[in-house]
Every structure is written in C-alpha cells, then in structure tokens.
Design a binder for this molecule. Sequence first.
Ligand code: TYD
Ligand code: MG
Length: 481
Amino acid sequence: MAKATTRHRCLDCGATTVRWVGRCPSCGEWNSLVAEAALDPLVQAVDALDLAAPVPLGEVDPLAAAAVPSGVAEFDRVLSGGLVPGSATLLGGEPGIGKSTLLLQVLRSRAADGARVLLVSAEESAHQVRLRAERLGPVPASLLVLAATELETVAAALAATEPALVVVDSVQAVSAGSSTGGGAGAGPAGPPGTVAQVRAVADRLVSLAKRQNVALVLVGHVTKDGGLAGPRTLEHLVDTVLSFEGDRHHALRLLRAVKHRFGPTGELGLFEMGDQGLTPVADPGRLLLGDRVTGVPGGIVLPAVEGRRTLLVEVQALVTPMAQAQPKRSVVGLDGSRLAMVLAVLARHAGLPALVADVFASVAGGVRVLEPAADLALGLAVASAIAGVPLPADAAAVGEIGLAGEVRQVTALARRLEECARLGFHRIVVPRSAPSGPRGVELVRVDTLGAALAALGLAGSGLDSAGPSPGGGPGPGTIAP
Ligand code: TYD
Ligand code: MG
C-alpha cells in the first residue's frame, strides 16, 4: 500500500514534514521544501515496497549483519571488522587525498578472495582505472568496472552482476537520469551536482543496496569548508560515514569513522601513500617525528590518543611581532579556542605578561589533535618560544589545563606513557595524580602550568621580565607590560 504523498522534504537537510511550510523546521532554511512526489517517484515506490510487518526482536538473526573483512587491515579496523552486506557507507575526503586508491585496494582484496565486486567509475574512464590498478598489482578476474554516470545504468548493472560489494566513485558525478523525470533536460531532482540531485541518487542507491543485500560504498567529495557536498543530507541516509584525511603534501593518511551503526567510531586507520598505493602504517612515530629538529625553542612531544591508538606528535609554537593591528592566533591541527585559553592562563596564572604578538601553533603530519590533553604541551611550547629556550629533546608533556591554571588528569595516561617510553621520551611532564610510569621513565608531576614551566627551566628565563630573553635570537616579539 502506498503512503500518502503529501510529505515534503527539505532540499538542504533532508528533513521531512507532513505539509509544506515556508521554512524548514529542522535546519531553518527558507523555501527549501519540495513535495516528495515531485522529488523522486521511484524513491517512493521503493519506500512503499519496504513496508514490512513487525517481528519479535528475539527472532532477528544477529549474524545477518555480520561484517565481511576486506583484507585491507586498517580499513577493517576502522569499520570494526569490515563492510556489512546491505549497508551503505559514505567515504568523504578532499580531492586527491586517495579515496579512489583506497577503495580500489579494498575491491582488489575482496576480488582476490573470490568475491564478485563492482566499481562504478563516474569520474574516470575504465582505461584510467586500469592504469591505476596496474600500480597496485595484479587485477583479479572478479573485479568488474563500469564507467557510467547514469543512475539507470548503475541500477541495471547491479541487477545483472549481483556483486557482493559495489563502490560508486563518486556519488556527485552520477545523475538521476532523464527516464524517471517527466520533463526534458534535468532529472526530477534538479540539475546534476546539486544537493537535491546528490540526495536523490544516494537515496536510490541505498535502497537498491538494501534490497540486493550488497555492501555499498559511496565516494563523496568534501568541499572547502569540510562539509560533504550535498551536506548533512547524505550523512543520515547511510549507515556509516568515513572520513579520509591527511596533508596532501605528506605521506600519512588517516581514516576515521564519523558515524558507524555497526560498531564504535573512535578507531583510527593509518596509511602511507607511496608508489604502490596505500600501505598500512604500523609505527606512526617514525612518520610523525622523523623530521623533528631538536634544540630549537617552541617544540615538545605530545602523546595523543585517538581510538585505540597512541600517536606521538610534536606540538610546535612560534611567537612573532604583530604583523597587523590585531594580534593573530593561528593553528594547524590544533583547536584554536584551546590555544586562546592556554594563552590566557599563561598570562593570568603562570607569570607571563599578556601576549601582544602573533602566535602560531601546529602539529605536523596532517594529524588533528583536538583533545584537551594537548593543553600542557601547547602551553610549554608557547612559553619555550617566548623565552627562546629549547625544551629537553627527550621530554614529552600531556595534561589538560583548567582556567585556574591547574593541570588535570587525562584519559588513557598509562598507554600514553608506554608509547613515550617505547620511542625514547624519558622525561614526561604529567598531572600530579598520574599513575606510576613504565620503567626508565622519569615522571615530572605538576599541579599547575606555572610549576610545569619551572620544572622545565622556563620560569625566570625571560618569562618573568616583560621582554624577550637576551641573546634569544630575533626574539619572541612584543610583549605588553
Ligand atoms: P586518488 O585516489 O585519485 O584520490 P581521490 O580519489 O581522493 O581524489 O589519489 C590521489 C593521489 O594519490 C594522486 O595524486 C596520485 C597519488 N597516488 C600515489 O601517490 N600512489 C599510488 O599508487 C596511486 C594509485 C596514487
Ligand atoms: Mg577519485
């Protein structure tokens, strides 16, 4: 039985309402509601088919949603096992970061296991895909490729080949074809590339995947502001949202689950992009700290935690005279509001004058460390930069800083300390209540940021006076009285 078709859907956020209103009650956008009947009659037909009777929960087979490992270990780790048949996954990332390469490796690996898999390449020709595959190794016979941009062609190929896994690269390049629309030119959901179009295409593909019980992966390009084009609309359509990140000028790539209906989202996958595609990174410390220069002011190592992984990164700070009328605060890979807070605490509680200077802080390697546990390392890096005094090369620091200048406990401290010890960082500044560390490690327990500065020899070396340290090179800039 078909449902009443008076529902309206917001083209911006995808929320539905039972009647038309001028402003979307969910996202607040004006004039964004369109009758679903006008949006895509086929989606509705599928919706109607999906009306099923309730069943006792106890009779539902829990193994029906078992993940199938792809064989690409870091990919499986993030998905807590692998892709689930009948599920939809969205892989987002900036152009050129390696989405197509990663998925081609996943397809190859599954095909090498004998599974029939399909790559729908809407952006590259079959020839281009073959050239890329060539770099990655032999191509298994059960890896099929379809170079197409029409949704109807994709649906027909899915029905004809019945693959175990289908990758659509990218969802933005597929058009909800002309045959479903009543008019000429654009499809029923507007011109290709628009939010409505991307949404309609994804909607259809997800429905098809569910019906055929095929694992579907959609590639989505991320726009400059970090949102998936066809923004939040796709995120609640799919079961899993993966984000592939990294610095294009650096080999390290990070895979995260932003949303995952079949497991936890905290896990992090690490890859290195090389000549033969992506290889798993077992020891990220080598990549992240490989180019570190010691004996220079403004840097200290931080044991950061993401998911079940500990990443040793270097937090760096640079303080320079103001280039413009306003002091500039700039962060790369760190949380800008935490930098502002740490600067305020340094000024108010750690004996530093308020900084009238430009402050730059960063974490190298394309890693993002947004956890408050980075505060202490950030505070020490800034103080070291101001004083022009390098911190000990084998020192690390971890701790959250409170507004009163106190250093607070962080999660997974034991694990962080072990990773520091393993990579040769033997002097670790930690909150006073920290558990005892591994053997060979000297814990410097501090209860305030000021105490941390004193413990590392920063207090009194240019910090207490209202100016740069004498002989500290070009100096840290202008410091207000
Ligand atoms: P690609 O997977 O095409 O990125 P996306 O699909 O996210 O746009 O890969 C982008 C870059 O990776 C490209 O500049 C070439 C590089 N690359 C390698 O360095 N090694 C390789 O083996 C492959 C296949 C690509
Ligand atoms: Mg691509």
